[in-house]
Design a protein around this ligand. Structure first.
Ligand SMILES: Cc1cc2nc3c(=O)[nH]c(=O)nc-3n(C[C@H](O)[C@H](O)[C@H](O)COP(=O)(O)OP(=O)(O)OC[C@H]3O[C@@H](n4cnc5c(N)ncnc54)[C@H](O)[C@@H]3O)c2cc1C
Length: 425
C-alpha cells in the first residue's frame, strides 16, 4: 500500500494524505465488508472506508440468511461464526386477524443451515473485519467519511474522504460504492436512479422479552396495522409499519395512543409497552425502493443498497448485498490482480446481479401494493388471504417462500481460491 503527501499535484490540498490501492470501497456495511474481505483473500490490495467509528449502530437488520451462512461455510468459518450469540429462526410465522399462519419453513433448504441466524449486525460486521485483518492486503479505515469521487478524463480514479488525521485521497484501479441507500458515491457519479416507490415507513423499537414468551419471530396483520416482532434473545426488536408520511399524525396522537396500539396488536407485550418512554426510543426507517439504471462507470461500481435500495418486505437487503459482493469478487478478483480491469468486467457484475435484484424488487412491490397498502387502509379485522391459507394448510408449500427468502434468486458461491498470501490469525 503506497502512502504519502502529494504536494506536487495542484488538485490536492497540501495536507491531504494520499493512499493508493487496487480497490477502494466506500462503506463498511455487509456489501463493502464482504467484498473487501473476499478481494483481500484473493490477493487484491483493498481499502474499505467506513464513516462510523465502530459497527455499533441503530438496528438495521440482524438477519443472516441461509445463503449468506452458506458463503461463510464455503469460506470455512461457519462453526466459529455460529459460536457468536445468535438465535435461529427455522420457520416464519404471522398472525392475520385472529388466525396464526406459518409462512416459511427453512429446514428443508439444500444448504448447510436450515435457518436464518438472527445476530446483531455489528457482531456480523466485526466478524468480517476480524477475518479481513488476517489478509495483508486488507485495510479498514474507520471514521473515514467519503465526500466525493475523483475523476480523470471521464474515469473515476479515486475517493476523497475526511478522517481523524485530516483529509484523505484514495486512488485505485476500482472504486466501489457500497455506502448504502443514501450513497454519496452514486450521487457524485451522477448515476441515474429509478425510484419504484413504497407506500409505507417502519417504526422500530425494542421491548423486553420475558422467559415465558414464544420463540417465534412473527408478523401480525390486523385492522390497518402491521406489527413485526423479531426474537433477539432478551428483547423483542419490534417493527410497526405505518402509511408513508403518517409519522406526524402518529406523533400528534401521542405516545399513550401508540402504546395502546402496540398492546392491542401484541397482547402478550401489554405489560411492557410503558418501556416506550419517549419518541426518541422509536426510530423511523423511511422505506425506499430504487435501483440504478447502470451500476457502473469506467473505474466505478456500485453494489448493495447503493445500487438498489430494497423494501423491508422479506428482510432480504443484507442477503442481496452479500450476494452482490460475492458475485463482484468472483468476477473482478482476477482482472484486478492482473491489472486488466475493463468496463466489460463491471458490466458483467451488473448482468449477473440485475435479474435477482429486479425480480426481488418486483415481488416486493407486488406485496407492498397488493397486500400491505390495502391492509394499511382497512379499519376492519382481516382474515388470511388465500395464498396464506394454503401455506398454512399444506406444510410442503412453505418450502417455496423459504427458498425465495432464504436462498434468493441465483444464490452466489465463493469461486475464488484464497491466494498464497493468506495469513494465519
Ligand atoms: C431499520 C432497518 C431495518 C432493516 N431490516 C433488515 C432485515 O431485517 N433484514 C435485511 O436483510 N435487511 C434489513 N434492512 C436493510 C439492510 O440493512 C440493507 O439492505 C443492507 O444493510 C445493505 O447493505 P449495504 O452494505 O449495501 O449497505 P449498508 O448496510 O447501508 O452499509 C453502508 C455502510 O456505508 C457507510 N457509509 C455511508 N455513507 C458513507 C460515506 N460517505 N463514507 C463512508 N462510509 C459511509 C455506512 O455507515 C454503512 O456502514 C434494514 C434496514 C434498516 C434501515
Amino acid at each position: 500500500m503506497a502512502e504519502g503527501a502529494a504536494l506536487t499535484d495542484p488538485g490536492i490540498e497540501p495536507q491531504t494524505r494520499v493512499l493508493t490501492a487496487r480497490c477502494a470501497i466506500a462503506g463498511g456495511g455487509p456489501a463493502g465488508m464482504m467484498l473487501g474481505l473476499l478481494l483481500a483473500r484473493a490477493g487484491v490490495e483493498v481499502v474499505v472506508l467506513e464513516k462510523h467509528a465502530d459497527f455499533l449502530r441503530d438496528f438495521r437488520g440482524d438477519t443472516v440468511h441461509p445463503s449468506s451462512l452458506q458463503v461463510i461455510h464455503e469460506l470455512g468459518w461457519l462453526e466459529e461464526f455460529l459460536r457468536l450469540p445468535h438465535q435461529e429462526a427455522r420457520t416464519l410465522s404471522a398472525q392475520v386477524g385472529e388466525t396464526p399462519v406459518t409462512i416459511a419453513d427453512f429446514t428443508h433448504l439444500p444448504t448447510r443451515c436450515g435457518f436464518i441466524a438472527l445476530m446483531p449486525q455489528w457482531d456480523f460486521l466485526s466478524f468480517l473485519a476480524t477475518k479481513g485483518a488476517r489478509y495483508p492486503g486488507f485495510k479498514l479505515l474507520m471514521r473515514a467519511e467519503v465526500t466525493d469521487i475523483v475523476e480523470d478524463a471521464g474515469r473515476v480514479t479515486g475517493l476523497k474522504a475526511t478522517s481523524p488525521d485530516g483529509p484523505l485521497e484514495l486512488r485505485a484501479d476500482l472504486i466501489v460504492g457500497a455506502d448504502g441507500r443514501t450513497s454519496v458515491v452514486r450521487e457524485r457519479a451522477k448515476l441515474a436512479v429509478r425510484e419504484l416507490g413504497a407506500p409505507m415507513d417502519v417504526l422500530w423499537f425494542r421491548l423486553t422479552r420475558s422467559p415465558g414468551d414464544t420463540q417465534d419471530t412473527m408478523g401480525r396483520f390486523d385492522a390497518g396495522r402491521i406489527f413485526i416482532t423479531i426474537n433477539r434473545g432478551d428483547y423483542w426488536q419490534c417493527g410497526f409499519v405505518i402509511p408513508k408520511g403518517s409519522l406526524e399524525r402518529i406523533h400528534k396522537q401521542g405516545l399513550p395512543a401508540f402504546r395502546a396500539d402496540v398492546a392491542r396488536l401484541a397482547p402478550v407485550l401489554r405489560d411492557r409497552v410503558e418501556e416506550i418512554a419517549e419518541w426518541d426510543a422509536v426510530k423511523l426507517l423511511t422505506v425506499r425502493v430504487d435501483r440504478l439504471e447502470r451500476w457502473y462507470r469506467p473505474g466505478l461500481l456500485c453494489i448493495g443498497d447503493a445500487a438498489h435500495a430494497m423494501s423491508p418486505v422479506g428482510g432480504i437487503g443484507i442477503n442481496l448485498a452479500i450476494q452482490d459482493a460475492v458475485a463482484a469478487a468472483n468476477i473482478l478478483a482476477r482482472p484486478l490482480r492482473e491489472r486488466r480491469l475493463g468496463e466489460m468486467d463491471l458490466r458483467a457484475v451488473q448482468r449477473r446481479r440485475e435479474f435477482p435484484t429486479r425480480a426481488t424488487q418486483a415481488a416486493q412491490v407486488l406485496v407492498q401494493n397488493r397486500i400491505i397498502s390495502p391492509l394499511l387502509g382497512r379499519a376492519a379485522t382481516v382474515s388470511p388471504p388465500l395464498p396464506l391459507r394454503l401455506l398454512n394448510a399444506i406444510p410442503f408449500l412453505r418450502r417455496i417462500p423459504a427458498r425465495l427468502l432464504g436462498l434468493g434468486i441465483r444464490p452466489e458461491h465463493v469461486r475464488i481460491a484464497a491466494s498464497h498470501q493468506e495469513a494465519t490469525p
